[in-house]
Design a binder for this molecule. Structure first.
Ligand code: NAD
Length: 339
């Protein structure tokens, strides 16, 4: 077993604190070769409280690819938790996928969490399910195991999309065309909320099995949401989808979705602004999940949680009004204005 604080080390050929994504308090590495676990946990900030964020089980081509992911995502969690006004810092974990996800691997991950003594508390993310987290809970207290965050994320997105359509397009959600990329935990639930409010929803997924179970009025399954001609595109699949070349294929007026780190580079926010597309950053809009996850910890009942989800949308409205007044992107607004 190897457990190392690698923050100030040259590790696996990478000088961690000199990494271009680094602005962190701590980065830890844990390896349990018997269990097949190689994992990184990055704590970006613990100023507001223990660092929280999901754990990703994903295949990375190189150590540096996994490190970049955990550094970028944990920084995003600090921003998200700050904007959501919850007393937690930002952290994230990645497990390098190199085979199957076994009980032994999850138990070893629990051991890793225990070594950090609660300075990082984990939830699920890509490749890790709520069931996995509930299994880990048998061996570690440092997980959020009682809430599926997906529906809360979707609810926060739904309220925000309503506000964005009202404020930016001066329209009612009824009859607007909304395309969703990804019919997973967040995308599918979002589609249901939007369709229930009378929007015309179009949804795509690379996994066609995910679309087979969708059979609702106002929801149409399509091949590709990204290029679809619509009022609003909601990316709810993967990050890094907006690049200088890919944004030329967009046919929407607003982008507002749950996927983390949608912009390959932050400068793409200005490119979208120049193209007249309103981009609402994920850190502003997808905090419903952390609000749901932490509701018991913060003693929030359903009514208080609902109010916190609606507050995401009020912030979206304020940000849109400010960005219109100043003719700047919402990314720029987040730098200039406290919401
Ligand atoms: P999920 O794994 O349940 O669903 C993602 C879906 O996207 C899958 O069905 C997958 O097949 C599909 N997909 C992948 N690539 C695609 C592509 N190119 N085009 C169309 N579909 C594609 O994940 P989720 O929990 O729904 O989360 C979606 C995104 O939102 C992720 O980026 C996640 O990090 C982010 N996010 C999730 C939450 C949450 O509460 N679950 C909170 C914040 C952010």
């Amino acid at each position: 077993m190897i457990f190392k604080d690698i923050t100030d080390l040259n590790f696996n050929g990478v000088n961690i604190s000199a990494h271009h994504e680094f602005s962190h308090e701590k980065v830890y590495y844990y390896e349990d070769s018997k269990a097949g676990l190689k994992s990184l946990i990055a704590i970006h900030s613990s100023i507001k409280g223990p660092a929280i964020g999901g754990c990703r089980f994903k295949q990375y081509d190189t150590f540096d690819a996994g490190l970049s992911d955990v550094l970028r995502l944990s920084r995003g969690m600090t921003d998200k938790n700050n904007i959501a006004q919850i007393p937690f810092g930002g952290g994230k974990a990645v497990i390098f996928k190199d085979g199957i996800k076994s009980d032994a691997l999850l138990t070893a991950f629990a051991d890793f969490l225990n070594l950090l003594e609660g300075s990082y508390i984990s939830a699920e993310d890509i490749g890790i399910t709520l069931e996995d987290i509930q299994f880990i809970k048998k061996h570690s207290n440092f997980v959020f195991d009682n809430v599926d965050p997906g529906p809360y994320t979707a609810k926060g997105l739904f309220y925000s999309i309503e506000q964005a359509i009202n404020t930016h397009l001066s329209e009612n959600i009824q009859g607007t065309k909304i395309a969703i990329q990804g019919a997973g935990s967040v995308g599918k639930k979002l589609a249901e909320y939007l369709a229930g409010a009378g929007a015309n929803v179009f949804i795509s997924d690379i996994d066609k099995l995910k679309l087979e179970t969708i059979n609702e009025k106002n929801i149409t399954c399509i091949d590709d949401a990204f290029t679809f001609d619509c009022d609003l595109l909601a990316p709810c699949a993967v990050g890094g989808i907006f690049t200088q070349s890919s944004i030329r294929n967009l046919n929407c007026k607003i982008i507002a979705g749950g996927a983390n780190n949608q912009l390959l580079k932050t400068s793409i926010a200005d490119d979208l602004h120049e193209r007249g597309i309103l981009f609402i950053p994920d850190t502003l809009i997808n905090s419903g999940g952390v609000i749901g996850l932490t509701k018991d910890f913060l003693n929030r009942d359903e009514a208080k949680t609902e109010e916190a989800l609606r507050e995401i949308a009020y912030r979206v409205r304020e940000a849109i009004i400010f960005s219109k007044e100043k003719s700047i992107s919402i990314n720029e607004t987040l730098k200039r204005k406290d919401l």
